[in-house]
Structures are given as C-alpha cells and as structure tokens.
Design a protein around this ligand. Structure first.
Ligand code: APR
Length: 232
C-alpha cells in the first residue's frame, strides 16, 4: 500500500502565534481596515497610497516574525512523509518557508513579491514599496503588491485542483472557511473520497464538511497530527 497523498491548506490562524493578526478574529485586520479600501483593485485605483502603506506595514511585521511549531511540523512532514505532500497557503507571509517548507503554493500572492500591473513582471519587493514605483522590466510606473485582491483570480488554481483530484487526505489548518475558492477545496477533496480534517482554534464556517475536527492552537495540534501521520 503506497503512502497517502496529502493536500494541506493553511490560513491566517497558523501564523497567529507568530504574532501576525488574522483577518476575521476579534480585533483582526478586517476590523481595523475596510476590505474595499485595501484589498480590491478598485481601492488601489482610488487610493494607492493607503494600499501601499497597508502592505508595507504587513511586510515589515512579517519580516520580524518567526515560524512557530506548526510551520516547522509541516516542514518535517514534507521531508519525512513517503507520499506526496502539497502545501497550499492563503497566507502572504513567508513563515512556511522560514520554517523549512519547500515549494509552498501561495494562492493569494506574497508580501515579498512585487507585480507590474502593465506587463505582469514579478520581482522581489523592497521592504517598503512606493506608489508609482517603476517596473524593472517595462519601466512602467505601475508596480503593485503581488497580492490577490477580492475580485481577482487566485494563483496556481490548475495545480491545486490537480493535487486535490489525487488527494487521499485533505487538511485545512487555521482558516475560517469564509473565502472561496479555498473554502470549496474540502468539497473537491470529498468528491474524490479523500479523508478530510479541520485543525482550527474554532470550528470554521464549513466545519460540517470535515470527517475529523480538531480544535486547538495550531502550535499544539499540528505537531500532534504530523506525529500521527509519520507514525503511520
Ligand atoms: N491556531 C489555530 N487556528 C487559529 C489560531 C491558532 N492559534 N488563531 C486563530 N485561528 C483560526 C480562527 O479560529 C479562524 O477560524 O484561524 C482562522 C482565521 O480565519 P480568517 O481570519 O478568516 O483567515 P483566513 O481563513 O486565512 O482568511 C482567508 O480571506 O481576507 C482574506 O485573502 C485573505 O487569505 C485570506 C482569506
């Protein structure tokens, strides 16, 4: 019997214990900022300085943050599990990579990347981006944070759907199940008969779709789950 293929989806909750605020928890980012203003193309067109400042602040915070035991446990799983492990994250921080994970699929973009709105060239973002920054490729003054905003199509969807179609196990960690298409992955995994597990501080919006629900802090629950998988 070959080792199971595992697809993991992480959300803001996995980085909460590293000091990075989540979006929808009490006092979260969306309690402090209007989505329309800082996370839509329309908001960027209306007030680019507000948007650039928002992501500059998050980039600086993420640069000072360290991975926690949950990030490191997933890196261990990737390194030691005999079957395939596909790690998809909705997070734009680089704590999975800092924790030792490789080939992390950032479906909502990354704080460390800048994108040209004209030619779609990407390059490493400076710690502080500026409005009207030039693209190093087409020289257009149209640099923007390389973040997937509401109303835009997430990245790497074909690759994610392929992994889900071949999954034996699907695990959602630290995500509230509010935002699609990510919140629909559990349904896609169920469709192919995969075992589905939710690991979260509180039950997510789509908790009823999971076979196994584990409540608790990611830094405790994720290492326990990884140890279980590796023990076979
Ligand atoms: N351990 C485990 N889970 C936690 C922890 C923790 N220490 N702290 C919080 N959580 C859980 C919360 O219970 C909540 O269900 O993490 C979840 C965070 O939910 P959201 O703030 O909604 O974040 P997320 O699901 O990642 O948001 C999805 O929405 O705003 C957009 O693009 C943004 O990628 C983001 C997407």
């Amino acid at each position: 019997m070959s080792a199971p293929s595992i697809v993991i989806l992480t959300g803001a909750g996995i980085s909460a214990e590293s000091g990075l605020g989540t979006f929808r928890d009490e006092g979260g980012l969306w309690a402090q900022h209007r989505i329309e203003d800082v996370a839509t193309p329309e908001g960027f067109a209306r007030n680019p300085q507000l948007v650039v400042d928002f992501y500059n602040a998050r980039r600086a915070q993420a640069a000072d943050a360290n991975p926690n035991a949950a990030h490191m446990a997933l890196a261990r799983l990737q390194a030691e599990h005999a079957g395939s492990v596909t790690l998809v994250t909705q997070n734009v921080d680089d704590l999975h990579e800092k924790g030792g994970s490789v080939d992390v699929i950032h479906m909502h973009g990354a704080l460390n990347s800048a994108l040209c709105a004209t030619c779609e060239h990407r390059w490493p973002a400076p710690l502080a981006m500026s409005v009207g920054q030039d693209c190093p490729y087409c020289t257009g003054p149209t640099a923007r944070p390389d973040i997937v905003w509401f109303g835009e199509i997430p990245y790497h969807m074909e690759r994610i759907e392929r992994a889900l179609a071949n999954a034996d196990v699907f695990v959602a960690i630290g995500t509230s199940g509010n935002v699609y298409p990510a919140a629909g992955f559990v349904q896609m995994a169920r469709h192919v008969g995969a075992e589905t597990i939710e690991i979260n501080l509180e039950p997510g919006e789509n908790v009823g779709l999971f076979d196994d629900v584990r409540a608790g802090k990611a830094s405790e629950t994720v290492p326990n789950w990884v140890a279980e998988v590796l023990a076979g």
